[in-house]
Design a protein around this ligand. Structure first.
Ligand code: ADP
Ligand code: ZN
Length: 815
């Protein structure tokens, strides 16, 4: 096999290792065996069929029920340099034909197809003309009536497969674990002797918190306000709740969206898109939201109410942290939630068997809320996974809150209820304990009770909260029909001092790492690129990738390629821009990158250089080839290939595509476009000159061309120092004047030396100086991108950089 799975993982996806289960699944697929893989939401299913798709000979068809997701997935793949397309009802006839042509011309490795399209004549006619390597069925549980998401169109999949002359490999993926569903998938999709994988259901990066007896609204607003930069979903049980939380957050100036079945389709799509593009940070939704959402950087899922069953709960919290980064799940529980859910079950179905089943599931859900040990263990065991010990990442395992003895206060409440004789709601109990003069209370003569006013030190809300906590922990009961509070066996034990009431303070500590403001800067850049490319920000780089950059400060290609999530194509597209921001940050904050190496490693690094001497004659020829492309494509030559890349080629003589991959600055896309011509040129040169160059792999060693060990900015400054013209340097080194001015600015800032004399004035229009200065003052001198955005388009980077440089020199002169 030409290319191996790890290589694909690194080069295209930029990831350094497989997640649990992925590797075995991929191996089995590569061996040619049908596979059914059951993995939790966010476990990384797509990679399991995408990697084989790239390695196997032929095209992979991915069947997926979610039209809204197809475009995202295809965009993501294309942005990594993997040619793919989708076919569904959202395409115009023209677009549809484009894709069909692409299939015939073998342009794609992967196509996503909606199940109802599979059986169309057009599709079958075309697809039978090409070799199909794999049919991957996503959300395979949709084929089963037992699943929660049955789709009739999934029944057509096996009919489609039967129509193919040669049966390709069939792979199926789902997050639903039940036995019935699993059997249905194997039988209805006619999988042949499939290897079945059930990877564990644990999602270690999710912290599971359940919070009881608090003022939900207060908690919610606080939490959201403390996490405004993060993406989160708030689930509420009813539309009414969604609306009221939405209004509440709006009032608190939170950038919030909403989603429920009562909104128009357009409104829902708009809210969803704004959320995916990080334009709103929070979305409040009923459980109708989420199926079409693949956003990997959701940092928290907050349940305002307890959901109706554990399946739903786990699926919903599973939408947090798909990118593997630490994320939080918080459920706010009050006993009233149980009443709401029972009501929803009552109105949802007439069928007594289904009703019964739903009540049973609700009971298991409520059971989770009340347990005193590890939540994760309970959930995983519910799904049939065994779990040893405690997870250390749920609020029961972690609760560091101080334990307080609240027995006496509890006794006061209990004896008050006892003395009130009939059962009342929490409001009345609170009124009695706090000595209210409400009419009903007085008419019932509760002011005569010995417990009247014995808890005045509590606020009204505080006391309500306390009683709710007693209920949540089972020290009191609620009558669900009337919402009244009643005593139970445990209440009496408390009164008799047989049971102590020990309560922990609730205390949710974020498990997310503190992130420095470089992270914010990188995030800003990501947002900017996403907007200009009309893509979701996560398609540029994931949160984890930005976080790693903000910790490791990569400033070279080599270093940034080491960051998880940075593959070759992404590097080519965005690498330099991110590096620039990182460099600015390092200089600005005087950060010394700590390179921790032990001695052995240091020695290895010593001879980790790869030296190349360029060949002037061949270089000239290559430059001509490049010029040809630049003219044809109407691009600046340096955008086609950098001079350094050509120099490296001229000194190493790569004469096939494989060798070319080892050259810096030429990723798969560029190889596809220019590779052939370059190889031809190299080959011709070798033959004409009777050369027999030996090929040595560079791998990822640091490259030194013609003995040059200085970095680009160093060379620029040296040349400026020697009195060379900016224009000459720019042309010769193929870097923009604006970049050179930036290097110079950084140099002055870090050394204080402004003795190099250059003519800055010619790079900006005097008339614009004031406008630019204003933008600089308003946004801060280092926020180049923001400054640029705030100015009219005709003011170029070059002018901004020049004015900045001027003001830096000016302030040095004055100090
Ligand atoms: P699922 O379909 O199982 O819910 P996805 O396939 O959407 O999950 O993957 C969830 C996220 O995890 C995606 O952002 C994906 O890029 C990322 N991911 C998958 N595999 C890896 C890996 N080996 N290393 C790092 N990230 C990964
Ligand atoms: Zn736990």
């Amino acid at each position: 096999m030409a290319i191996d799975k790890l290589e694909v993982l690194e080069r295209y996806f930029g990831y350094k290792s497989f997640r649990r289960g992925q590797e075995k699944i991929i191996d089995e697929i590569l061996r040619g065996r049908d596979v059914l893989a059951i993995m939790p939401t966010g476990g990384g299913k797509s990679l399991c069929y995408q990697i084989p798709a790239l390695i196997l000979d032929g095209i992979t068809i991915v069947v997926s029920p979610l039209i809204s997701l197809m475009k995202d997935q295809v965009d993501t793949l294309n942005s990594m340099g993997i040619n793919s397309a989708f076919l569904n009802s959202s395409l115009s006839t023209y677009e549809f034909n484009e894709v069909i042509n692409g299939i015939i011309n073998k342009k794609y490795k992967i196509i996503y197809v909606a199940p109802e399209r599979l059986l169309s004549n057009e599709f079958i006619t075309v697809i039978t003309q090409v070799k199909i390597a794999q049919i991957a069925i996503d959300e395979a549980h949709c084929v089963s009536q037992w699943g929660h998401d049955f789709r009739v169109s999934y029944k057509g999949i096996s009919t489609f497969i039967d129509k193919l002359i040669e049966r390709p490999l069939i792979t199926a993926f789902t997050a639903t674990a039940s036995e019935e569903v699993r059997n249905d998938i194997v039988n209805l999709l006619k999988l042949r002797d499939p290897k079945i994988f059930v990877t564990g259901f644990d999602r270690e990066n999710l912290r599971i918190n359940i919070v009881k007896g608090i003022d939900k609204k207060k908690f919610l607003v606080n939490y959201v306000k403390n996490n405004t930069k993060d993406s989160g979903i708030i689930y509420a049980a009813t539309r009414r709740d969604v609306e009221s939380i939405y209004d509440l957050l709006k009032k608190n100036n939170i950038n919030v969206g909403r989603y429920h079945a009562g909104l128009s389709n357009d409104e829902r799509i708009k809210c969803q898109e704004e959320f995916i593009n990080d334009e709103t940070s929070v979305i409040v939704a009923t459980n109708a939201f989420g199926m079409g959402i693949d956003k990997p950087n959701i940092r928290y899922v907050l349940h305002y109410n307890m959901p109706k069953n554990i399946e739903g709960y786990y699926q919903e919290i599973g939408r947090a942290g798909r990118d593997g980064e630490a994320s939080e799940c918080i459920m706010l529980f009050s006993p009233a939630d149980v009443i709401t859910q029972k009501y929803l079950i009552e109105v949802s179905t007439e069928d007594p068997i289904r009703k019964n089943n739903q009540y049973k599931k609700l009971q298991q859900m409520t059971g989770l809320v009340y347990i005193n040990n590890c939540y994760r263990k309970y959930i995983l065991e519910y799904f049939g996974d065994s779990y040893e010990g405690e997870c250390g990442n749920c609020s029961n395992c972690l609760n560091k809150g101080e334990v307080k003895d609240k027995t006496i206060d509890a006794q006061k409440v209990i004896s008050c209820i006892y003395k009130m004789k009939r059962n009342f709601g929490i409001g009345m109990i609170v009124d009695v304990l706090r000595a209210s003069k409400n009419k009903k209370l007085l008419s019932l003569e509760f002011d005569e009770l010995s417990t009247y006013g014995i808890m005045k030190e509590y606020s009204s809300n505080g006391l309500k909260e306390f009683i709710n906590i007693l209920i949540a922990h089972g020290y009191l009961d609620v009558n669900e029909e009337y919402g009244t509070v009643a005593l139970n066996n445990i209440s009496f034990k408390v009164i008799k001092d047989e049971v102590k009431v020990l309560l922990k303070e609730v205390n949710i500590e974020s498990n997310r790492t503190e992130i420095n403001d470089l992270f914010d800067k990188l995030r800003l850049l990501r947002q900017e690129i996403a907007q200009s490319e009309k893509k979701a920000p996560y398609m540029i780089f994931g949160d984890g990738t930005l976080r790693e950059m903000s910790i490791k400060y990569p400033t070279s290609k080599l270093e940034i390629l080491e960051v998880s999530g940075v593959g070759e194509v992404k590097y080519d597209r965005y690498g330099e821009r991110f590096i620039e921001v990182i460099k600015d940050y390092i200089i600005e904050n005087n950060i010394k990158k700590e390179i921790v190496v032990d001695k052995e490693e240091a020695e290895e690094i010593e001879d980790d250089y790869f030296e190349v001497n360029s060949n002037k004659e061949l270089l000239e020829k290559l430059i001509k080839v490049r010029e040809g492309f630049a003219r044809k494509l109407n691009l600046p030559a340096s955008m086609v290939l950098s001079k350094n890349t050509l120099k490296e080629i001229s000194g190493r003589y790569p004469n096939n595509l494989d060798k070319l991959k080892d050259i810096g600055g030429i990723g798969p896309k560029k190889i596809e476009s220019y590779g052939k011509s370059i190889i031809e040129e190299v080959d011709k040169y070798i033959i004409e000159n009777g050369l027999d160059p030996t090929w040595k792999e560079k791998k990822r060693k640091k490259l030194i061309i013609d003995g040059e060990t200085r970095g680009t900015s160093e060379i620029v400054l040296d040349r400026l120092n020697m009195g060379e013209d900016i224009e000459d340097i720019s042309e010769d080194m193929e870097i923009s004047i604006s970049t050179i001015l930036g290097y110079f600015t950084d140099y002055i800032k870090s050394t204080g030396d402004y003795s190099i004399n250059i003519n800055i004035d010619k790079y900006y229009d005097k008339e614009h100086e004031e406008l630019i200065l204003e933008a600089i003052n308003k946004n801060g001198i280092d926020k180049i991108q923001v400054i640029k955005k705030s100015l009219p388009d005709y003011i170029k980077y070059e002018a901004i950089r020049a004015v900045i440089l001027k003001s830096v020199i000016w302030s040095k002169e004055r100090s």
